[in-house]
Design a protein around this ligand. Structure first.
Ligand code: UD1
Ligand code: UDP
Length: 392
């Protein structure tokens, strides 16, 4: 029996987290031969995830450079992928989300006439510069892709509006929930400082992450000032900020938040402690995409440090609020949650609009259908809220 050869391409931490459950499942499937190619647009932050999920890439382009530009990533990934695709000759190439690896991966597949499947397809803010360059990366990938794995019905609707044929779209849920369910455990204990020593009962821990390109400069400084104001105003809060390795972010974070009481600037955490930190914290302040999906599933209020989001489902459900990037706005939104118990309670309602932990199964089933092995497409994922992952 000739297996379907599926080549997955990813390069950054979030892509790796969200592709890992799928790679593992494809590896167990007797109809699929899985080839993993990483661009390594991220190095250490990618390797942390590969290690956790026990994935050894078949090809590693190792493209990351310090302070790389978008052009650097695009050119180096495109060139490297050309050679790998020529060698592997996959039946289909799978990319994820909206990074520059995603865009270069789908373009490389298109140039070689290889069919492209887009995981986490259809997210949109409709603002081409926010997030930058992700909004355009995902739109361009949507134009090149042959199969679209949309996490939600809203994402599918966006694709339909752009002219994608309905039969090329499956609503799968987001694979991040598959990953989250594999790592979150209420009995997890932290092994490293400062988390090991924080009393999560008497302290309210605010988990902060901030890394987006469009937030660099003035918006990031304003956000960090708001966080400093919060730590100065409330004695029972502790801020934990695993700082992204981008040197521009490291510099900005340390210059405003370094050496401050009750603010812990730490290295990026491995996914296992990080996911469990979301589960244990009081609330989340973030400009991350993935964390907007994870935290609502764990019943944690999220203030999004952006003007727009491509993830409206949790905003509609009420667990996520757009706080913007202005010092006073961020401070006000966080203070309200700290001071108003009823507001906190209403936002801390666990909802799971992003998945039920079976997204990877649906994607594998859809791949088998498109390649003539399964007779039917999997049923679309339908969000049921409120709901908590069963094993948490
Ligand atoms: C990238 C993605 C963004 C995604 C984010 C997830 C693009 C354009 N951006 O942004 O969509 O949300 O990853 O984190 O695709 N660095 C290290 N070690 C690492 C990772 C990064 O040192 O493991 C440093 C390097 O100096 C690198 C810089 O961070 O040049 C920026 O990395 P890059 O991938 O270009 O941008 P991110 O902000 O990480
Ligand atoms: N994450 C992690 N360690 C950290 C910070 C984040 O493992 O120190 C995980 C997080 O749980 C989520 C993903 O990384 O699954 C999000 O990555 P990031 O915020 O870098 O990218 P985005 O989702 O914004 O593209």
């Amino acid at each position: 029996m000739k297996k379907i050869r599926i080549m997955t391409v990813f390069g950054t931490r979030p892509e790796a987290i969200k592709m890992a459950p799928l790679v593992k499942l494809m590896r167990q499937n007797r109809y699929i031969e899985t080839v993993v190619c990483v661009t390594a647009q991220h190095r250490e932050m990618l390797d942390q995830v590969l290690g956790l999920f026990d994935i050894v890439p078949d090809y590693d382009l190792d493209i990351m450079q310090d302070r790389q530009t978008l052009t650097d990533i695009t050119v180096r990934a495109l060139k490297g992928l050309e050679g790998v695709i020529n060698k592997v000759k996959p039946d289909m190439l799978l990319v994820h989300g909206d990074t520059t690896t995603t865009f270069a991966g789908s373009l490389a597949g298109f140039y070689q006439h290889v069919k492209v499947g887009h995981v986490e397809a259809g997210l949109r803010t409709f603002d081409r510069y926010s997030p930058f360059p992700e909004e355009i990366n995902r739109r361009l990938t949507g134009v090149m892709a042959d199969m679209h794995f949309a996490p939600t019905s809203g994402a599918k609707a966006n694709l339909i509006r752009e002219g994608v044929p309905e039969k090329a779209i499956v609503i799968t849920g987001n694979t991040v929930i598959d990953a989250l369910m594999q790592v979150v455990n209420s009995r997890y204990s932290f092994t490293h400082l400062p988390l090991k020593d924080i009393d999560f009962h008497s302290k309210r821990v605010i988990l902060l992450t901030c890394h987006r390109r469009e937030n660099m400069g003035a918006p990031m400084a304003q956000i960090f000032q708001a966080v400093r104001d919060l730590a100065e105003s409330y004695r029972d809060i502790e801020v934990v900020y695993p700082v992204h390795r981008n040197p521009a972010v490291v510099d900005a974070a340390h210059s405003v938040l370094g050496g401050r009481e009750r603010i812990h600037l730490i290295e990026p955490l491995d996914y296992l402690p990080f996911a469990n930190l979301i589960n244990r914290c009081y609330m989340v302040l973030t400009d991350s995409g993935g964390i907007q999906e994870e935290a609502p599933s764990l019943g944690k209020p999220v203030l999004v440090l952006r003007e727009v989001t491509e993830r409206p489902e949790a905003v509609q459900a009420g667990t996520v609020k757009l706080a913007g990037v202005n010092r006073a706005d961020v401070f006000r939104a966080a203070s309200q949650l700290i001071e108003n118990g009823n507001l906190y309670k209403s936002m801390a309602e666990a909802v799971n609009p992003y998945g039920d932990g079976k997204a990877s199964h649906r994607i594998v089933d859809a791949l088998l259908y498109y390649h003539g092995i399964n007779r039917t497409l999997p049923e679309d994922f339908m969000a049921k809220a409120p709901e908590r992952p069963a094993d948490i």
